[in-house]
Design a protein around this ligand. Structure first.
Ligand SMILES: NC(=O)c1ccc[n+]([C@@H]2O[C@H](COP(=O)([O-])OP(=O)(O)OC[C@H]3O[C@@H](n4cnc5c(N)ncnc54)[C@H](OP(=O)(O)O)[C@@H]3O)[C@@H](O)[C@H]2O)c1
Length: 288
């Protein structure tokens, strides 16, 4: 086995690095990010993958600024869709298997049932639309790929995420507003990284689309309250507001809970509840 990781400086990329170092130290892993392998450069990807000759490519690279994507549509599409095609073509040429990460934002959130892998997609934002396009391009070129859709990702290693923003605002402000009518599930990137390792270690390669988040359900408001409770922030009131009172450039799904039955049964795993994983992340942050 030889693994190529793209987007290694992102939240998931860094968590993968940590998990691979600890769990599979003898497996060669090549870590790249935009400065060493710009995945939008088709020739560079082809050359790099052909020289590296990985057995597995894990694509953690993405354009993830959901609101900025509405104005920056071209770059977002290049990274989340066209570049995924570059990876798919190179993987196909060298026979590498691909693990690609996608998002709950491929759904419109009009359902009130946790989304299953085969449910109709209908992204409402440019980010979601380009991520969906990346999925279809990849599947058309490498049908035996594994796509893991996840949601509300955070990590102690991330430069920017909801957990870090809530801690910063909680320390700076006496009152903040957080929406209570968008429901989903947070995902600790460390848990997703472990999941990816489980996929790689499975006795059989099981291609397809899978959903993975932590267990449980909450609103962004509940998530913010839990972050403040676990970090001991008491001087900041968290006010629940509707999405209509907090307009953003991108439309987000009001409900994007992912049904994880398929991944749990296929790989025989148990997934921690989001509050348990959040507590672990906050403990790590307080030791940093
Ligand atoms: N974050 C979330 O809440 C969330 C939710 C659902 C799904 N996901 C998906 O989960 C995956 C991992 O997300 P994440 O939160 O770890 O993302 P992230 O922290 O934003 O990391 C993405 C990484 O990709 C790099 N990158 C951007 N353009 C690139 C290019 N052209 N070539 C190579 N690398 C490039 C970024 O570098 P720069 O920083 O230099 O641009 C960054 O290091 C993504 O597929 C994302 O769509 C994320």
């Amino acid at each position: 086995m030889k693994i190529l990781v793209t987007g290694c400086k992102g939240q998931l990329g860094q968590e993968l690095h940590r998990v691979f170092d600890a769990e599979i130290p003898d497996v060669p892993v090549v870590y790249t990010d935009a400065d060493t392998l710009d995945i939008t450069d088709a020739n560079a990807v082809e050359r790099f993958v052909s020289d590296c000759a990985p057995t597995h490519i894990i694509n953690c690279a993405a354009y993830t600024a959901v609101d900025r994507a509405e104005e920056d549509a071209l770059l977002c599409s290049k990274i989340n869709a066209d570049a995924v095609m570059n990876i798919a073509r190179s993987a196909e040429h060298c026979g590498a298997k691909v693990v690609h990460i996608s998002t709950d934002y491929v759904f419109d959130g009009r359902s009130w049932q946790p989304y299953r892998e085969g449910d109709t997609v209908n992204p409402r934002s440019r980010y979601g639309t380009t991520k969906r396009k990346g999925e279809t391009l990849l599947l058309s070129i490498c049908p035996d790929t594994i796509i893991v859709r996840t949601s509300w990702l955070y990590s102690a290693l991330g430069a920017n995420n909801f957990v870090k923003t809530m801690i910063r605002l909680g320390q700076e402000k006496s009152r903040i507003k957080v929406v209570y009518d968008q429901i989903g599930t947070p995902t600790h990137a460390a848990d997703l990284a472990k999941m990816i390792l489980t996929i790689l270690r499975a006795p059989k390669w099981l291609p397809g689309v899978y959903h993975f988040s932590n267990e449980g359900v909450c609103s962004w408001y509940d998530f913010a309250k839990a972050i403040h409770r676990l970090t001991g922030i008491t001087g900041c009131a968290v006010m629940p507001v509707r999405s209509s009172d907090y307009p953003t450039a991108a439309e987000r799904p009001p409900f994007s809970v992912l049904d994880k039955e398929k991944i749990k049964v296929s790989f025989g795993i148990e997934i921690p509840h989001w509050e348990e994983s959040l507590e672990r992340c906050i403990k790590e942050m307080s030791n940093q």
